[in-house]
Each structure stands twice: as C-alpha cells, then as structure tokens.
Write a protein of this length. Sequence first.
Length: 242
Amino acid sequence: MNKTPIRSAFVLGSSSAVAIAICRALAQQGCLRFQLLARNLSANQALVDELRQTYGAEVNVQQLDLLENKPSPPEIPGDFDLYLITAGSLGDAELARNDASEALRITTVNYSGLLPWLTSITSPERINSPGRLWIFSSVAGDRGRPSNYAYGAAKAALSIFAEGLLLRCHGKPFSIRILKAGFMATPMSLGKAPQSLCVSPASVARDLLRHPNRRGYEYLPWCWQPVMLLVRLLPNFIAAKL
C-alpha cells in the first residue's frame, strides 16, 4: 500500500467547495505544493492567498474550461502525491430534456472532458510509482432518475471509466479512489437538496484524509451505500417519481 505522505497535490476543479476544503485540510497536514486548475480563477483567489500566506505553500494556478476543444493531450507539470478530480456541474436538467446541446455540455463537463486528463495522469510510468488519484463521482450515477438523467448518465460513465483505471492499477503502488458523493452543503446543491441531509465539505475532507491510502469505491458519507442499494431495487413506478 502507498505510504507516501501527501506533500503535493494536483487539483482539477479547484474552485469547488469540496476541493477548497480538501486543499485547506491538506495544507494543515503539511502539503506545500499545489497545482490548481479551474474555469473561474477569481473564485480560487481566496484559497490561493490562504495557502500561500497562512501555510507558506507553493501554489500554481491554471485556467481550464472543459468545454473548450483541446486537440493535443494535456500536460501534467511534474509528479504529485495526489491527483484530485472534483470538476463537475449539474447543468440545466430541464433544458437537457429537449436540447441535445445542453445534454452534451453536461456530459463534457462531468465525463468526456475529463478523459484526456485522466489518461495523462494514469500514464504507464506514473502508475508504476507511488501516487493517488481521487475521482469525485456521484450517487446520481447509480440509477437513472427523470429529474437529472443527463447528469446521472455522465457520472455513471465516469464511475465505470474510473473502475477500469482501478482494476488496471490493481497490485501497483498507484492507488485509485472513486468517491460517490451524496448531498453536500455546496452552492451546486443549494435549492436542489434538503439542507438537513447535506454534509459539509470540511467533514468530507476530514474523513478522506483520515484514511488517505484507501483505494476502491467509497460513498460519501457512508450512509449513502445502503440508501442507493435500496434505490437500485425500487420498482420503476416508484423510481419514476424520484
């Protein structure tokens, strides 16, 4: 099992609330080098300032829009102890029902736009060395729902792709961790989930870093595993109302 401490992190989707919480927790534990990639760099500025000024970390930032067509494979600037993928967007589920272009945007941001990066991260050389790849997926990918099936389908595809990477890295020092997140108290879930059922990004970060060397599937928080087992078993006439 990989015992290397996390002293450097590559974060794709670094303006998300959960990425910010994880970066802060990492810095508190001694991580001193960050490569942050986000579409909106101004949304990352407070985190950049905190990592630099409070923790003395080296922080590089890169603007990235997953909707832009990039013909060449992305370059990863060096090696990192942790590669964290938190990019994603719910998109407009109602619009996606009748507008294929919106469905494609949701698919790109949550799945296909990530594939070049995941492929570059899991190069043959890198997976034969110690390292970690944590991929945030969603419980929405466990079963289709009429309310957000474009998003759920993209997350399901991401989970299956990540599972292939997990099996490819079986027995290797590079570990893959697939995180199926439920409701979290983030701007993305505001107004779309009961706040009483949402966990804080800070608590998610603490739980992840309590066991940083885990690999495989995890539900966040753990109680979503039995919940989604039940959801998968629901008959269609009940699932149609979800």
